[in-house]
Design a protein around this ligand. Structure first.
Ligand code: BGC
Ligand code: ZN
Length: 367
């Protein structure tokens, strides 16, 4: 079967590879689930892997199959699988366990090991192919009524984890009543975080460089958030106008912005960083000021990566509540379908060149 792959470490190496079709009994103990891939989303991570900024092939291979945002239909299940059946729509989690205690309890997103295993990213093949097989533990059911949001299950799990982690750590306060949230970045993670925070009743300001009108601004406002272009209103002006934030989620992919967010966080607040930047940038920061603010304001900086099964389930529930609260808004994120695995070059081109491409995904097969 066909697959879209790269040679990790070699920039611009995206190509069509061939793989044998997997069998359900490759997973031991009757726990296998064979999935026919329908759609796979791609994002900045895939772009940066193709730019050789990170990513590694599985042992024994000189290529890595891309794709970590999957949506498919179950074709066959092993004898001991009960939570999904043939015909169900499913997404798959991305990380696979290493051997730390966090991995052993189903939270490999919190692994304490330096090496991590992620399908389509690091040391494991991804989903940009025709079929995949995996342990039932990593397969999450998507309700048929959300099939139109398909590849958003994975990015939603990343946003769901970021927000959940913020609320978890804030239990350090006997009571936390966040009112103002800033979401930095209006890409998929920024917009989905906006949705989750609006569903929790916060006043959300979603910030990005480009000026409204734009699709991104309309989606943020469709969720009842206020869209702010930092070209007109720098972060510090916003903070002066509406107050510093209780919660900030950075999803810009810019380390400079991630650091600048530190000066607009209110007392007792939490700043969550979600994007990884494969570059080597050095910047100057007002270190004394941040140090002072951080200590005197009991502030917290939190990194959040990936999402485990629980976050997929949470994210899927929020997608469903989002559909009845803000009908028709979330599907506007899904901007750029690419027909067929053969069109890998076009998929990468859209990621690199098309600034308005909010979400590129490959239509692998029809379901
Ligand atoms: C993926 C996450 C992954 C992270 C780091 C993101 O693009 O959505 O699942 O953990 O990259 O590799
Ligand atoms: Zn991703």
């Amino acid at each position: 079967m066909k697959a879209i792959a790269v040679h990790p470490g070699k920039a611009g190496s995206v190509h069509l590879a061939a793989l044998p079709r997997p069998r359900v009994d490759e997973v031991p103990d009757g726990r296998g689930v064979l999935v026919r891939v329908l759609k796979v989303g791609i994002d900045a991570t895939d772009k940066e892997i193709n730019e050789a900024k990170y990513g590694a092939a599985p042992p024994g291979y000189d290529f890595l199959v891309l794709g970590h945002e999957s949506f498919g239909i179950v074709e066959e299940v092993g004898a001991r699988v009960s939570h999904v059946r043939p015909g169900d729509y499913v997404a798959a989690t991305v990380r696979r366990p290493g051997s730390s205690i966090y991995d052993q309890i189903g939270t490999s997103d919190m692994t304490s090991e330096e090496t991590y295993y992620e399908r389509g990213i690091n040391l494991l093949h991804g989903f940009l192919t025709e079929h995949y097989v995996d342990d039932a533990e990593f397969i999450v059911r998507m309700p048929p009524g959300l099939a139109h949001l398909h590849v958003l299950a994975e990015p939603m799990s990343v946003a769901a984890k970021a927000v959940q982690q913020a609320y978890e750590v804030q239990r350090r306060l006997k009571v936390w009543r966040p009112r103002i949230a800033y979401v930095l970045g209006a890409g998929q993670i920024g917009l989905l975080s906006t949705l989750i925070l609006r569903l929790r009743g916060l006043d959300v300001y979603t910030l990005a460089r480009s000026r409204a009108p734009s699709r991104n601004a309309e989606i943020a406002e469709g969720y009842g958030a206020t869209y702010v272009s930092t070209s007109d209103t720098p972060l510090s002006d916003l903070a002066r106008r509406v107050g510093k934030a209780d919660l900030i989620i950075d999803a810009t992919g810019s380390s400079a912005v991630a650091f600048s967010a530190m000066s607009v966080l209110g007392h007792n607040g939490v700043l969550v960083w979600t994007s990884i930047t494969g570059g080597r940038e050095h910047i100057q920061v007002p270190a004394d000021q941040v140090n002072l603010d951080w200590v005197l304001g009991n502030k917290l900086l939190l990194g959040s990566v990936n999402g485990n099964r629980e976050h997929f389930e949470m994210g899927i529930r929020d997608l469903a509540v989002g559909e009845v609260t803000y009908p028709g808004v979330t599907q506007r994120i899904l901007t750029n379908p690419v027909e067929g695995l053969e069109n890998y070059a076009e998929a990468i081109r859209l990621l690199v060149e098309e600034r308005a491409a909010l979400k590129v995904y490959v239509d692998v097969a029809s379901g």
